[in-house]
Design a protein around this ligand. Sequence first.
Ligand SMILES: O=C(CO)[C@@H](O)[C@H](O)COP(=O)(O)O
Ligand SMILES: [Fe+2]
Length: 217
Amino acid sequence: MNKPIIAPSILASDFANLQREVEMLNESEADWIHIDIMDGIFVPNISFGIPVTEAIAAHAKKPLDVHLMIEKPENYVEAFYKAGAASISVHYEACPHLHRNLQQIKDLGCRAGVAINPHTNVQLLEDVIHDIDIVCLMSVNPGFGGQKFIENTYNKVRQLKEIIVDAGASTMIEIDGGVNQSNAGHLIEAGADILVAGSFVFKSSEPKDTIADLKNV
Ligand SMILES: O=C(CO)[C@@H](O)[C@H](O)COP(=O)(O)O
Ligand SMILES: [Fe+2]
């Protein structure tokens, strides 16, 4: 089984000690740092924005994987790139001109991602699969950390993997929400490449060990 890319979600970290949390991730086996941006409109919660992303980037030695849970992401993509994003994912459900959104992200030199909600069918991505570097399959309804993993995600990973292989594309599959030690192995078996984990990492007593366990699941 291939080792997954591990992207701990900073949303579950201790915001009063953000520098310390980022330094912990620098020393860990984490590959990327997942940054959840919520606007209170696309999702019923507000997280943080560009200045906090810049502050994280100032200390991070790992690429920032920015997940935009916002309406009109095209208005903010460049600002997040300038703040330090290495990859930027927009939501399918927020993008009537998805192909244009993906080109905008790629033109900046970032990896382009599309996140899809649990009810959104993976087949809707078929026509743009070659333009997508990362599909972020939401395994919870976006807006909050600490939710229960939705079991149907395994089917979606398998279906999406088939689409990617059939198209001869190199798109990576990212799983976001409720990831833990019990589902990580099954997700990788099903075809996942990237695992995002928030609460499971940051609420554990030894986050660095928890990250290593996920990496070597
Ligand atoms: O995008 C989201 C939620 O909307 C995720 O990135 C969560 O923040 C992951 O947290 P856990 O479910 O692992 O606690
Ligand atoms: Fe996320």
